[in-house]
Design a binder for this molecule. Structure first.
Ligand code: BV8
Length: 250
């Protein structure tokens, strides 16, 4: 199934006019690599927990061992996952032109492992560990994981003894200034924005497509389902990232 002509033409126009292309990805980008989405219906060890509840500083203060076990499970799952053809297709144009800015809401490293340079991880990274209390980075390795463990005491900070947390942005926490600046600049400056695999429910990242559109860009959504963004994009392609991106960019 070829890309819808409107989308193929938008990509061709952007490239032929040497226009900037901003790609915004969400959890759906990693779904075909086996990484569960936030709002999907996966049945696993953690499906009885609500990520919105666990991905918070409050949850960490209340039960850091439960939250840390959830992240250790997610880190191991990402480590075992492989980038798919969609990740690799996104990495191609970036090698050919510096006009592509990749902004991701995802905290995994699948884009990087496919060869992309991620210009902005607006929600941080699973693997950038730091102290919850003093903020010091933690470069050490991780102790062996018991995959069945549902509570794992966080490692202690070498400097202050506080708990080592994942370097992600929890709900209620501010996005990293530098990543957010890159993301908003790219949304304002791009001629085309490809929005791949996001429900458009998490702010302020969910506002990036509207910012791009207000700034004159063509906004394309690639998602097998309708989303909160669908009424405000120029064209939607009901397709998965792994199917659509190789057809569009390969
Ligand atoms: C902040 C890291 C202020 C953690 C994540 C305005 C309006 C309403 C609410 C708010 C607002 N402003 C702020 C808020 C509060 C809150 C928020 O947005 N709440 C919503 C949800 C009600 N936002 C925040 O708290 C943000 N912080 O605003 O701070 C502030 C300012 C100054 C000082 C202090 C504070 C922080 C938000 C970041 C939260 N952290 N991740 C972790 O991962 O553990 S967000 C988390 O959701 C992931 O990063 C994920 O990427 C992200 C977004 O979700 P999606 O990526 O869209 O994933 P989802 O599962 O929802 O959808 C998947 C989609 O993929 C679906 O559409 C599906 O159809 C599609 N799909 C499935 N398979 C495929 C596919 N697509 C393509 N191919 C496939 N194969």
């Amino acid at each position: 199934m070829p890309p819808p002509p409107a989308i193929a033409n938008a990509v061709r126009d952007a490239i032929s006019h040497d226009g900037r292309i901003c790609v915004l990805t969400g959890a759906g980008m990693s779904a075909e690599s086996g990484v569960p989405t936030f709002r999907g219906t996966q049945h696993d060890l953690w499906s009885r927990f609500d990520p919105m509840q666990l991905a918070t500083a409050e949850a960490w203060r209340a039960d850091a061992a439960l939250v840390w076990a959830w992240y250790r499970w997610r880190m191991a799952l990402v480590r075992d996952a492989q980038p798919h053809a969609g990740h690799r297709a996104l990495a191609e144009p970036a090698r050919r032109t510096s006009r592509v800015t990749l902004v991701t809401q995802n905290v995994d490293d699948l884009h990087e492992r496919a060869g992309s340079v991620v210009d902005a991880h607006v929600h941080g990274s699973l693997f950038a560990l730091r102290c919850f209390d003093c903020g010091s980075g933690h470069e050490g390795g991780l102790p062996p994981l018991d995959p069945a463990a549902q509570r794992i005491a966080p490692m202690a900070c070498a400097y202050c003894g506080g708990g080592i947390r994942p370097g992600v942005v929890w709900f209620g926490e501010a996005l990293p200034d530098d990543a957010w600046q890159v993301a908003t600049d790219a949304a304002r400056d791009c001629m085309l924005m490809l929005v791949v695999g996001t429900s458009g429910l998490v702010h302020p990242a969910a506002g990036l497509p509207a910012l791009a559109r207000r700034s004159g860009a063509t906004v394309v959504e690639i998602n097998p389902e309708r989303t909160a963004l669908s009424d405000d994009v120029d064209v939607s392609w009901r397709a998965t990232a792994g199917d659509a991106l190789p057809l569009l960019l390969g």
